[in-house]
Design a protein around this ligand. Structure first.
Ligand code: GUN
Length: 295
């Protein structure tokens, strides 16, 4: 079994990004600029956003964190989004989800200019992905694609089972694996909460992507020898032996499944590490006008 080491890959990518920033500066251009909007004080969101801002600093990007109170009216957030859409000094921005209940997430996502949507959540960018056009891939799928490429894992003709059908992970992964060319050309099965016999499908899989948010759902007896396992889950389970009272586990029973897997991502230190650098890669593309040429 070989670990798919997200931590190591993320470090490699960060140093590549630093070099790209140096090249921009040497050419007389400014550093890429990511803005992040955080509404309210959801503790997990605060951690994620802080991580994104710190990662910008590490690679020499400019970052702006805009914090708004939890009771910010939707109209005010829409106004801020519009301001960022037109701010020529901002290359890309994200509005951290989830938003407070009185704000319609779909309306906010639609208001973000696709050119600046480095989360890749806008239906225009999603549609471009589905059609195989240049686009900002959502951070987690982008991270998984990079991981597969950098480990040179073959996908052509492979049986891929994606467990989960969310808009930000399961559905995009199913699309990406079935597209023409590497890392696509796979035969994809999407499993979800209404799947009659999950193990029947996972046992046939050459590659499993687990993205359902159910702690340790995938057990050793549900996979075949030599499987490649990409575990997207980040679940807290109670653990009195830990100082914080919990530990993080994936959607895969790592201890059991790693005995049979050829490659497997650890949790933490796997896919999660790749997501933030993916956002940075998208921000670099935005700064360079790679997807949508700058006017
Ligand atoms: N909440 C959880 N993941 C994400 C993400 O990738 N982007 C945003 N904007 N919010 C999130």
């Amino acid at each position: 079994m070989e670990l798919l080491d997200g931590k190591k890959l993320a470090q490699d990518i960060k140093s590549e990004l630093r070099q790209a920033v140096d090249a921009l500066l040497a050419a007389g251009k400014r550093a890429p600029h990511l803005a992040a909007v955080l509404v309210g004080d959801d503790p997990a969101s605060q951690v994620y956003v802080r991580n994104k801002v710190q990662s910008c600093e590490q690679v020499g990007f400019r970052s702006s964190l805009i914090r708004l109170p939890a009771d910010t009216p939707e109209a005010e957030l829409l106004e801020l989004v519009d301001q960022l859409n037109f701010d020529a000094t901002v290359d890309g921005f994200i509005v951290q989800l989830p938003l407070p209940r009185h704000i319609n997430e779909e309306r906010i996502t639609l208001a973000i200019a696709p050119e600046k949507d480095v989360d890749g959540f806008h239906p225009v960018n999603f549609g471009r992905m589905a059609q195989g056009l240049p686009t900002y891939l959502p951070a987690t799928p982008y991270g998984i694609v990079e991981m597969i490429k950098r480990y040179e894992l073959p996908t052509q003709g492979r049986e891929v089972v994606v467990v989960g059908r969310s808009n930000i992970v399961g559905t995009p992964m199913a699309i990406l694996f079935s597209r023409k060319g590497y890392p696509g050309d796979a035969t994809v099965t999407v499993c979800h909460s209404r799947t009659a016999d999950l193990a029947f499908h996972t046992r046939r899989a050459d590659i499993i992507v687990a993205a359902v948010g159910i702690p340790e759902l995938i057990k050793a007896d549900m996979v075949k020898e030599g499987v490649v396992v990409i575990d997207v889950g980040i679940n807290r389970i109670a653990d009195p032996s830990r100082e914080k009272g919990f530990r993080l586990v994936g959607d895969v029973d790592f201890e059991g499944v790693s005995q049979k897997a050829a490659f497997i991502t650890p949790v933490p230190g796997g896919v999660g590490q790749m997501t933030v650098v993916s956002l940075l890669m998208n921000t670099l593309k935005a700064a360079q006008g790679e997807i949508y040429p700058k006017a």
